[in-house]
Design a binder for this molecule. Structure first.
Ligand SMILES: *[C@@H]1O[C@H](CO)[C@@H](O)[C@H](O)[C@H]1NC(C)=O
Ligand SMILES: *[C@@H]1O[C@H](CO)[C@@H](O)[C@H](O)[C@H]1NC(C)=O
Length: 600
């Protein structure tokens, strides 16, 4: 008896093995009656910090072309969300962005360039969502304590002024507001902020917490009043293989509110292409935002070459459209915020031989879009977090469209391969079509592929003729007397690193570049360094001559360290090394300095 039984089980196992292979090879069923969460979009992040600084003064027509590649629908990245830094007067990675309130009295809505960028984005895509987040705060919000939550009403007023100013000065609605990038959040503060926004009429501005790790989900579960004040949970560089059950219990949209930070080559595109798909399939995240939007920060500052598009030559107008643009286009050009994902198993899931696929449907029409991505372990890593090992191999899948999909006879196909090395022209966002027979179509998915299958016919691979050739050297001789720059703006091609330098009129009515930060800010990465500095030109310079006219504050104020004006060459962004010559002028309030650094 016992041996017979063993025999029977042996056959049953064989049968099961054969059956499960059959299922793996069977069609992937797509059924629009199985709606999942609402899609919240794919975005880019300007700031954190000063990553766009060289763009506002970029040579035209290149500047408009760069903006088209980022924001214009059916052209390039066609972004659905623009997240910007709320300038906080302190170093936030690649520089300082000017605050709208250097002190508690004055609101200046003409500082910085994020206002400009948001307007340019909206001009191209009125549906783009706007998201503001502070990295640093001016010192006054904490009254010198270094804690932005100690005087919650004051910090809330500071953020509400930014949201109000966006509307009153520029007609911009701020859709989402964060708290403090990758630093603490605070239950009481978030409740006060919510109340302050409502009182100012910004009831539709949603709050995102906390732009950091997933610990926030447990914090919110334990504190109902905190959770009630929050609309969206935004986590950074989420690990798809971590446990998100606490976040899911909150039943709030879960976003990768900062992602990538990866090199902007084919691997960066592979990382980004993978996560904008896998974050939904594995953990039900409904938006991803890439750091950073545009590489318009000097070579030699932090995280160079981690951008959707590189534009570091404002003088020549040269720019580079990185493959990350096309990974983004695979989703953004064929979906809209408000479309619904289809649930796991009915349009979304893991591919049998490794990789992911997701389906979005337009709830108000028969349109739908599918995206497939299969990246090998060697090419799938983003800068963080660590990825476990996994296998991928090429495969052929059959997709069965349920009657609910109203299958059309033909679908549009857009194909990229981010592992196609050795090709002179790797396939990036190539268009073709696929026929649907008996509600089915077949698809070959090689390793490295990102493939979009869609009913949407408006996709387009935008291009411009005659991008100016690269000319990496900063053009010398260079002179600026600042008289033609508008008040409150940053000076052309200067990149503030510590402190904020803006154009304002001196007592004689002439414009000058003024350092605006006199109290230590509540910093993000710089908690109190050697004091203000702004960069221009190239760290590689040798044998150059610099001439600067400057003025120090009245000598009566004996500050420590003493007021000084310095000129440096070959310095890093925190001027920890380089050659720096300072004039500690206590005597004359007006003097000129001429320094040359011919033998560094
Ligand atoms: C979706 O299905 C895949 C297998 O296809 C699984 O690995 C994943 O955990 C599922 N996601 C969710 C959110 O349950
Ligand atoms: C997929 O189909 C192609 C032909 O279209 C074939 O060359 C390839 O071997 C197939 N791959 C697998 C894994 O069956």
């Amino acid at each position: 008896m016992s041996s017979n039984r063993g025999f029977a089980i042996f056959f049953l196992e064989l049968y099961l093995a054969a059956w499960s292979q059959e299922v793996a090879a069977g069609p992937l069923v797509v059924d629009r009656t199985r709606l999942g969460n609402t899609f919240d979009g794919v975005g880019g992040l300007s700031g954190g910090g000063a990553t766009s600084v060289l763009l506002p003064n970029y040579a035209e027509t290149s500047r408009s072309e760069v903006l088209d590649y980022l924001f214009k629908p059916n052209f390039g990245a066609s972004l659905q969300i623009l997240k910007v830094e709320i300038g906080g007067d302190s170093q936030s990675t690649d520089g300082t962005e000017s605050s709208h309130m250097h002190d508690s009295e004055t609101v200046d809505l003409h500082t910085g360039y994020e206002w400009w960028l948001m307007q340019e984005a909206k001009k191209r895509n009125p549906d783009i969502k706007l998201y503001g987040l502070a990295w640093a705060f001016p010192g006054w919000v904490g009254e010198g304590s270094g804690d932005p939550f100690k005087f919650p009403k004051q910090t809330a007023r500071y953020l509400v002024e930014w949201v109000t100013g966006a509307k009153s000065e520029y007609g911009l609605d701020i859709d989402y507001l964060g708290i403090w990038n990758e630093r603490s959040s605070d239950s009481n503060f978030v409740q006060v902020l919510r109340k302050s926004l409502n009182e100012a009429g910004h009831t539709s501005t949603k709050l995102v917490v906390k732009d950091g790790d997933i610990g926030i989900c447990n914090d919110l579960l334990k504190d109902k009043a905190y959770a009630d004040a929050v609309d969206i949970v935004g986590v950074h560089y989420p690990n798809d293989f971590a446990d998100f059950s606490a976040c899911h219990q909150l039943a709030k949209p879960l976003w990768a509110s900062e992602e990538s930070s990866s090199y902007d080559d084919m691997n960066g595109a592979a990382c980004w292409g993978r996560v904008i798909n896998s974050h939904w399939v594995l953990n039900k995240m409904t938006a991803s935002i890439m750091w950073n939007l545009v590489g318009a920060y000097y070579h030699g500052t932090n995280w160079y070459a981690s951008s959707m598009l590189t534009s570091v030559e404002p003088w020549s107008g040269h720019y580079e459209v990185n493959p990350v643009i096309w990974a983004t286009a695979h989703v953004t050009q064929f979906t809209k915020i408000g479309w619904r994902y289809l649930v796991n198993g009915s349009g979304s899931g893991e591919l049998p031989r490794g990789g992911y696929f997701a389906t979005w449907v337009d709830p108000s029409s028969t349109d739908f879009t599918m995206n497939f991505v299969k990246i090998s372990r060697d090419h799938a890593s983003c800068t963080r977090p660590h990825l476990p090992t996994f296998q991928t191999s090429e495969e052929n899948v059959t997709v069965l469209l349920a009657p609910s999909m109203r299958p059309p006879a033909e679908l549009e196909v857009w194909y990229s391969n981010f592992e196609a090395y050795g090709n002179a022209e790797p396939p990036l966002f190539q268009h073709s079509t696929v026929q649907v027979h008996n509600n089915k179509f077949s698809l070959h998915i090689p390793v490295g592929a990102m493939i979009t299958i869609t009913t949407i016919k408006t996709g387009g691979k935008g291009s411009f003729q005659h991008i100016p050739p690269s000319s990496p050297s900063f053009p010398l001789d260079y002179v600026d007397d600042f008289q033609s720059t508008d008040d409150s703006r940053n000076a052309r091609w200067f990149a503030d690193q510590i402190g904020s330098f803006e154009i304002h009129r001196a007592e004689d009515g002439k414009r000058s570049l003024r350092q605006m930060v006199t109290q230590l800010p509540i910093g993000w990465s710089d908690k109190g360094s050697r004091g203000p500095m702004t960069l221009i030109g190239m760290r590689e310079w040798q044998d150059i001559k610099v001439q600067v006219s400057f003025r120090l504050p009245a000598a009566s104020a004996k500050r420590s360290p003493a007021d000084a004006a310095c000129v440096g060459v070959r310095v890093d962004q925190m001027w920890q090394n380089g050659v720096v010559l300072c004039n500690l002028a206590h005597v004359d309030a007006y003097c000129d300095i001429v320094r040359s650094a011919e033998h560094p």
